[in-house]
Design a protein around this ligand. Structure first.
Ligand SMILES: Cc1ncc(COP(=O)(O)O)c(C=O)c1O
Length: 398
């Protein structure tokens, strides 16, 4: 074992955790293992806990002053971890990445405008677009065997024919865990620049690229990408502090940035809570060794899960993520319709995973499995699944 114990099982019931305390609301029953919403069941780095507890001991919780060291901790992290140079003026706070996407959609597009997404993709993208009276332009990913590619020709076609004002890029891509390579991102930048499309790049999973590979911030791959990019990121997924609501936005292009940041400021969307700032600073300054151990643990869990599935669950195929702790399970080989697949996972295996269809029709027949849990929980979940699959396999035998 390393310095941190990722095998430790921590009971989250009664802590107000969405993942376990809202199972009845979302799945119709409470007696499930929660392997869905994208947070992890690991204790946060002790340094983060210490600074929060220390601050909470002070009995006054009034308005906070934002320390210059908070901004510096973010720009230092982006430089040190990703080689991405960001200045203080290019950076501001946003209270959550989805809210940041919503601000960008409201600010940079008009009702009726088309906005490109690449399903299967994180479902709030579509919700934000449609909920704000904009129109989704789908450029589905292309599935090739065990991996997915971006349809660059499809993207160019949409840019040229449908004249979208925006694109929401998921970099890395949730739910499939794709780490986009530099060349693909450069081509997106080139096209977006040529057709005048603003690219909102959601990089919330950017710190979670696995196997020692780099994350390429979209705005860092070329001058063209930097010109069109509105990049959103956060320490929330990285350090398991999503409930503290701390995220950031970087816009390199002054022409986009100045009016957007003035609008955020006028509406006080850019004002962090003091809890957000101290947790963020502690995470970025002192959390790196915890993160590296966490990523190694997740890699081990991916290996083990992939092996168990391929050895014991015919009809099921796991697409290995290159980034983050979410695995994309192809269940189409089971030959079940949508409702039977949900019934299998929820009512037979007693597992709460995300239904792949929520990420777009392209996700039908898939399930998203959250591997951000101690391995004994994952093993138990896989055993329940294997047991529940036995009658499905028996039924299909000739
Ligand atoms: C790609 C992506 N963006 C945004 C979010 C949510 O971010 P926030 O809670 O900061 O709105 C998630 C959470 O799962 C996500 O996977």
């Amino acid at each position: 074992m390393g310095k941190y114990d990722f095998d430790k099982v921590i009971d989250r019931h009664g802590s107000g955790a969405l993942k376990v305390d809202a199972l009845s609301e979302f799945f119709g029953r409470q007696d499930l293992k929660g392997l869905w919403v994208a947070d992890m069941d690991f204790a946060v780095s002790p340094r983060i806990q210490e600074v929060l507890v220390e601050r909470m001991r002070h009995p006054i919780y009034g308005y906070g002053a934002v320390s210059p060291t908070y901004w510096q901790s973010i720009t230092d992290w982006l430089w040190h971890r990703h080689g991405w140079q960001v200045s203080r003026e290019e950076l501001t706070y946003i209270p959550g990445v989805v809210k940041g996407i919503a601000y960008a959609v409201n600010f940079f597009s008009r009702p009726g405008d088309k906005i490109v997404i690449q399903p299967p993709v994180y479902h709030p993208f579509k919700m934000v677009i449609e909920g704000n009276g904009r129109v989704v332009a789908n450029n589905p990913l292309i599935c090739r065997g065990d991996s997915y590619e971006m349809d660059i020709d499809g993207l160019e076609h949409i840019f040229a024919e449908e004249h979208p004002t925006m694109m929401i890029l998921c970099n890395p891509h949730n739910p499939i865990g794709i780490q986009w390579d530099e060349d693909t991102l450069r081509r997106v930048g080139e096209l977006a620049c040529r057709y005048g499309v603003t690219v909102v790049s959601d990089e919330i999973h950017g710190d979670l690229v696995l196997y020692g590979k780099p994350h390429y911030p979209f705005a860092s791959v070329s001058e063209e990408a930097a010109r069109v990019a509105v990049t959103l990121g956060a320490p929330s997924k990285t350090f398991n502090i999503a409930g503290l609501v701390s995220s950031w936005v970087v816009v390199k292009n002054k022409k986009l940035r100045e009016p957007f940041y003035a609008w955020l400021a006028a509406n006080e969307f850019d004002s962090p809570t003091f809890i957000a700032t101290i947790a963020t600073e502690a995470a970025y300054r002192y959390g790196e060794d915890w993160l590296d151990e966490c990523l190694a643990y997740i890699e081990g869990s991916i290996d083990e899960t992939a092996a168990i599935i391929s050895d014991t669950m015919p009809g099921l195929r796991m697409i290995r993520p290159a980034a983050s702790f979410l695995a994309w399970l192809d269940c189409r080989g089971l030959g079940l319709d949508h409702d039977s697949l949900q019934d299998l996972f929820i009512n037979k295996a007693h597992l709460a995973l995300n239904d792949g269809a929520m990420f777009g029709t392209e996700g039908t027949g898939f399930m998203r499995l959250n591997l951000g849990s101690p391995r004994c929980i994952i093993r138990e979940a896989l055993s329940s699944l294997a047991l529940s699959l036995a009658p499905v396999h028996a039924d299909r035998r000739p």
